[in-house]
Design a protein around this ligand. Structure first.
Ligand SMILES: Nc1ncnc2c1ncn2[C@@H]1O[C@H](COP(=O)(O)OP(=O)(O)OP(=O)(O)O)[C@@H](O)[C@H]1O
Ligand SMILES: [Mg+2]
Length: 322
């Protein structure tokens, strides 16, 4: 329980997990650690197969790690599994949303199942429908809901029990949503955290991690590649990038080795810079002394895309050939 006293709601150390036969299995987590404070929104960011879902499933007690330890809401995920389950909500868990029932009926039913009286279940459903902007659709069957409405109903379903869970695991909560629905869902997640809930979400969207998370763990091939605030991660790459559109393949090859961004199709290279006029001017003079090799240029602030590419394995594939 000490963790909770310290306000660490999710804590994992050295998680490993392999699938397949011992000896010939595939290791999908290789010593992952994690720490999320109460009220935090933490993103697990990584490419397909990085181990994001596996990590969430271990923390949510749906599977066990081969080694390592984890505590959620102060409880050990193995020894205190039942208590952990009561303290968390996991999206996807409520694939139990019944498509043929209305949103309202779904929530009332779940509230009843979690032990509320009829009257309280009705009130709780109404409150959640309003909070998740589903009041207008409350009396429609869930199968008529759009993707975004469906995700909100899933989240609401995770909240019907009383008291509300303190820790939310959201595995790719906005995959497949249009930009507007995604923004709406982000707001829902921010509201949850604003009420003191702790959120661990997985995402492949760099923008999502940047917008929503106060801390990010970059996972790559089962290993923690980096951890920090979005700003910290961005500053690791370099503050800014000068993109040069080069006039020839020869120039591209000459400069490719020092670039942090490569686009051979368009003969574009991005060079790190601090973004000051003096440095940009010096870079242009140095890379193109005769003023014939650079056709155009543009200046970019580093994005999480740059971080992601620099930190995950794709970087070894940075093309130096055209
Ligand atoms: N039950 C299983 N049996 C065998 N291999 C598995 C199993 N579950 C996951 N894996 C493998 O473990 C690796 C990590 O999977 P995981 O689902 O954790 O990745 P992820 O980061 O969530 O990826 P995605 O972005 O595609 O959702 C993958 O190579 C996957 O094929
Ligand atoms: Mg996954």
């Amino acid at each position: 329980m000490n963790d909770v006293a310290n306000d660490v709601m999710i804590e994992a150390h050295g998680l490993t997990k392999s699938y397949g036969k011992p000896g010939s299995g595939v290791r999908v987590l290789d010593g992952v650690g994690l720490r999320v404070a109460r009220g935090g929104i933490h993103a697990l960011l990584g490419p397909n197969g990085a181990g994001k879902t596996t990590t969430v499933r271990i923390l949510a007690t749906l599977t066990t790690a081969d080694s390592g330890t984890a505590r959620v809401a102060g409880y050990d995920v193995v020894a205190d599994r039942r208590r952990v389950r009561r303290a968390i909500s996991l999206t996807g868990q409520f694939a139990a949303v019944d498509e043929t029932l209305t949103g309202e009926e779904n929530l009332r039913m779940m509230a009843r199942l979690s032990g509320l009286t009829r009257t309280r279940a009705r009130a709780r459903a109404e409150e959640l429908l309003a909070r998740f902007d589903l009041a207008d659709a409350a009396r429609r069957q869930a199968r008529t809901y759009s993707g975004g409405m469906r995700r909100r109903l899933d989240l609401a379903a995770g909240l019907v029990g009383s008291p509300e869970p303190g820790v939310f695991f959201l595995d790719e909560p906005t995959t497949g949503l249009d930009p507007r629905s995604r923004r709406q869902l982000w707001q829902v997640v921010r509201d949850l955290a604003g009420r003191g809930a702790t959120v661990l979400l997985t995402t492949q969207y760099l923008e999502e991690a940047d917008q929503l998370a106060d801390r990010i763990t970059v996972l790559d091939k089962g290993v923690r590649a980096a951890e920090g605030t979005p700003e910290e991660l961005k500053s690791r790459v370099s503050g800014h990038r000068l993109d040069l559109v080069l006039s020839s393949r020869e120039t591209y090859l000459r400069l490719a080795g020092r670039a942090v961004h490569h686009s051979p199709e368009t003969l574009t290279l991005g060079l790190p810079t601090d973004g000051t006029a003096a440095h940009v001017r010096a870079l242009l003079d140095e890379t193109d002394p005769h003023r014939t090799d650079v056709d155009r240029f543009s200046l970019h602030s580093a994005t999480l895309d740059d971080v992601f590419l620099a930190l995950t394995t794709e970087k070894t594939e940075a093309p130096t050939h055209v």
